[in-house]
Design a protein around this ligand. Structure first.
Ligand SMILES: Nc1ncnc2c1ncn2[C@@H]1O[C@H](COP(=O)(O)OP(=O)(O)OP(=O)(O)O)[C@@H](O)[C@H]1O
Length: 560
């Protein structure tokens, strides 16, 4: 079938599978909203328990779509793929395949992000096979015959049995990870006609936004569901595929085809000004976007110097809100907290920077810090969930009531410990007597302190808390990965290099020598730039004369 050009307002056949491909700001999400309304008004397949499944990549995306649907949310389930599959397939039907996995079904509540457990890793024989603990972040599932198999990214060897054993330590506690949800759901649907029939009958329409970041198992699940009864629609943009590290594979979107499927394209960019679209068109070779509303603004700016100073300067000049989009969590947190990013410090995920020889204490402390930071952003659900699993005693509400009390106290007293050594928070926590971990033996006067005592006494709370990854970040200062699908009037894109080491050829490559089809990092910066409606700023630490003359005609170049 040929590709047809549509706009976000076009009406298409509601009972045919479809795929929409288009660049940023083309109106894909707007089209999806209009299409859902079209289905709601014209389909006779919907009912009280027969709904449209509308899948988006993050919970922030879910919120956006719900807002954009307005009052018309009956007969629609807007959800992330993990949440939908967990609720409708894994939770009710895991028992069908659980003989093999032995998940504690009584304790199974909701899926978790996989955080590498040193304790469980040590209990496997993986280190004897020269697998490093850190590599466990790269664990993934792939379809293998009628079941799924565990592997490690970038490793060809078969580690399935050992990885399975590692995972079982979580499963026997009722903990399953997001990646497990997809694997379990696929296996259930592949082996149970009943489960497949039920999901098709619950969802006669299945639409998926941001499909360029689908992973191979998700694609297989969608194909199974689409075989009959359910109409599937996928929407995406190959240049916005930025989750390769989580197993997303853009080929899945490019090659996605269903029998009888219609393919559509959209050509315009309704979001940004002509000046910004010119930059986007320079980065991208496969399409040239137009600016149908003729929006014109100021030239984008390359601003050289410290990111926080750049942000403050732009805010002052525009006298408007400015969103900052960074590659790493610590940088995003630093701009949100108005605290300078120090590239000489050891930045990284909190799990990798937090040092403590006692595993229960380390885990509890990481959770306590995460929980405080989530609560400060009013993400109370995540905050309570993080904390309640470390409490000494549970209550009638699975520890949630006690967790809430603790969180309230810790957030009220935030100013007392935020700029002090972690030791302040540690003493506070010990006094609360709510957690179950061994206390740190403090050194006597004049004696050398242990590494652990030093760590707690030499690290400032606010530095460590910068390493917390905000799960569902809807603040103005986020990582680029969390800005997918969003848009802001004014955007500052922070390009500060890998681990604070800036290399112009590599880091500004998306503007100087674009290879976005091959280099994910360049796509990430492309996505960031395309979030801007009115004003785009790109912050870099320095610039060469060569780059200046190359970028002069599209950008204003200035120092902080
Ligand atoms: N036909 C249109 N006329 C005017 N504005 C439109 C039209 N279609 C979309 N828009 C506006 O353009 C902006 C981008 O639309 P939308 O978010 O749907 O694009 P998208 O293709 O999903 O973007 P991305 O992939 O970059 O997240 C939104 O502010 C939307 O309201």
């Amino acid at each position: 079938m040929d590709m047809q050009i549509i706009t976000s307002k076009s009406e298409i056949n509601i009972n045919k599978h479809f795929k929409v491909s288009a660049g940023p700001g083309a109106g894909k999400t707007k089209f999806l909203i209009n299409h859902i309304k079209n289905v709601l008004h014209n389909s006779n397949k919907l009912g009280r328990i027969r709904k449209i499944a509308c899948i988006t990549y993050t919970n922030v995306g879910v919120k956006t779509i719900i807002q954009r649907l307005g009052d018309e949310i009956d007969h629609i389930e807007v959800s992330t793929i993990h949440s939908l599959l967990f609720t409708h397939i894994v939770k009710p039907y895991l028992y069908l395949i659980n003989q093999k996995y032995e998940v504690d079904l009584e304790k199974l509540d909701a899926p978790f992000e996989h955080i590498v457990s040193r304790g469980y890793f040590i209990k496997t024989n993986l280190s004897k096979k020269y697998v490093k603990e850190d590599e466990m972040k790269k664990i993934y599932w792939e379809v293998n015959g009628s079941t799924c198999k565990l592997s490690l990214r970038n490793r060809n060897k078969d580690y399935h049995n050992s990885l399975f054993k590692y995972k079982q330590f979580f499963w026997e506690k009722g903990i399953i990870h997001y990646e497990d949800v997809l694997a379990f759901a696929w296996e259930i649907l592949n082996s149970s006609d009943k489960a497949l029939r039920i999901i098709r009958s619950k969802f006669p329409y299945f639409f998926i936004d941001e499909f360029q970041d689908t992973n191979p198992i998700q694609t297989e699940i969608i194909k199974l569901i689409a075989e009959k009864e359910t109409t599937v629609g996928v929407i995406g943009d190959k240049a916005q595929s930025i989750y390769e590290f989580q197993g997303a594979d853009v080929k899945q979107f490019n090659n996605f085809h269903l029998p009888g499927m219609f393919s559509y394209n959209m050509e315009d960019n309704h979001r940004s000004t002509e000046n910004i679209i010119k930059v986007l068109n320079k980065v991208r070779n496969d399409i040239t976007q137009r600016n149908p509303e003729g929006k014109v603004g100021r030239d984008p700016v390359i601003i050289i110097g410290d990111p926080l100073e750049a942000l403050l300067k732009i805010k002052m000049e525009l006298d408007e809100e400015v969103a900052s989009l960074s590659y790493s969590n610590p940088m995003a947190n630093s701009l949100r907290k108005n605290k300078k990013y120090n590239k000489d410090e050891r930045w990284g995920a909190i799990e990798s920077v937090f040092v403590d020889s006692s595993n229960p204490r380390r885990k509890a402390f990481i959770s306590i810090i995460k929980s405080i930071e989530y609560a400060r952003l009013a993400h109370y659900k995540d905050s309570i969930r993080e904390l309640s699993r470390h409490l000494k005693n549970t209550d009638d509400f699975n520890g949630q009531q006690t967790a809430l009390k603790v969180i309230k106290e810790l957030t009220n007293d935030y100013n007392e410990y935020k700029d002090s050594a972690l030791w302040e928070l540690y003493k506070k926590i010990v006094n609360m007597e709510c957690f179950n971990f061994p206390e740190i033996r403090e050194s006597k006067k004049g004696k050398t302190s242990s590494e652990i005592e030093k760590f707690y006494k030499e690290h400032i709370y606010s530095d460590i808390s910068m390493c917390v990854n905000i799960l569902e970040d809807d603040t103005l200062h986020r990582t680029i990965h969390k800005a997918k699908g969003s848009e802001f009037d004014n955007v500052l894109v922070v390009v500060n290099g890998r681990n604070g080491k800036y290399n112009e050829k590599r880091d500004l490559g998306f503007l100087l020598n674009s290879e976005i089809e091959d280099i994910e990092e360049q796509r990430v910066y492309y996505v960031a730039c395309s979030r801007a409606k009115k004003n785009l700023y790109i912050n870099i630490p320095k610039i060469t004369e060569g780059a200046k003359s190359e970028l002069n005609d599209l950008f204003t170049i200035m120092d902080v």
